[in-house]
Design a protein around this ligand. Structure first.
Ligand SMILES: *[C@@H]1O[C@H](CO)[C@@H](O)[C@H](O)[C@H]1NC(C)=O
Length: 268
């Protein structure tokens, strides 16, 4: 009797363990389901910041990301050129940063939020710690002068900063500026929200399937394909969040080079 009770209770105990294990397994399984692809701010890190150009920010126009006139494309003067280390061959174009001057008399204690629109190239004729601020492997921010003037007295020239990646807050959808011709489409992607960056991209004409685009430079992607006379759709994957969005029929069949087409989709 006692032994049968023991075997019953141990069997019951075993069942409880099994059910618990199932629930724990399910919980672990659920936690592996990707969280909603929303980009969250990174940790604060140390770097330095300088500025380029004057208070009109004229020199920041036509930067390496290919955004052209930053007033027309909506980025304005709150922009930054990234050192090669941060620039990541242009994949960092469109990413957003909060930058605050830290531990220097010139600091204002104000946070500036800026978008990466340019590269700060290395200058190997200068020492990395004496003028060659953007030489790899330095992490450096060469801000527009108006943005720098928000965080520190510009006469300081260079200041220590704390920075972090933050989600890009954009109004409206992704924008696509078309270059190239009927056989080669080069597209600049602008107004990217969330992570602000792009890992890969596909294009689809109304008479084609999805065609993989290659990264050209800055924020531009290209496809060597005959897409003239077709309505154009794009599929875009975020570099940071890996989220993919589809912008269907962004451009009409009579699309033209030089035009910018607006979609209704964006990253968060
Ligand atoms: C690099 O630094 C040297 C020395 O100051 C300067 O003459 C030169 O113009 C700089 N080059 C670039 C590309 O800025």
């Amino acid at each position: 009797m006692a032994s049968s009770f023991r075997s019953w209770s141990s069997g019951f105990f075993f069942l409880i363990v099994l059910i618990s294990a199932m629930f724990i397994g399910m919980a672990v399984g659920y936690s592996r389901v990707p969280a909603p692809a929303v980009f969250r701010p990174s940790q604060w890190s140390q770097a330095h910041a300088t500025f380029y150009g004057d208070e009109t920010a004229r020199e920041t126009m036509g930067g390496a990301c290919g955004y052209g006139n930053l007033f027309q494309t909506g980025y304005g003067t709150d922009t930054v050129a990234l050192s090669t280390t941060l620039f990541n061959s242009g994949y960092a174009c469109g990413t957003c940063y909060q930058i605050k001057c830290a531990n220097a008399p010139a600091c204002y204690g104000v946070i500036a939020t800026v978008t990466a629109t340019n590269i700060c190239p290395p200058n190997w004729s200068k020492d990395s710690n004496k003028g060659g601020w953007c030489n790899p492997p330095r992490v450096h921010f060469d801000m527009s002068k108006p943005a720098f003037m928000k965080i520190a007295q510009w006469k300081a020239g260079i200041v220590p900063v704390m920075y972090r990646r933050v989600p890009c807050v954009r109004t409206g959808g992704l924008r696509f500026k078309f270059q190239g011709n009927g056989y080669w489409l080069l597209v600049y992607v602008m107004n990217v929200g969330g992570g602000g960056d792009i890992a890969s991209m596909w294009v689809k004409g109304s008479k084609t399937g999805w065609i993989s685009m290659s990264h050209n430079w800055g924020a531009s992607y290209q496809a060597f394909a005959s897409l003239g006379g077709q309505a154009i759709s794009f599929k875009i994957t975020s570099y940071t969040t890996k989220q993919t969005v589809i912008a269907l029929n962004v451009a009409p069949s009579n699309w033209a080079v030089g035009m910018t087409y607006k979609s209704t989709v964006n990253f968060r």
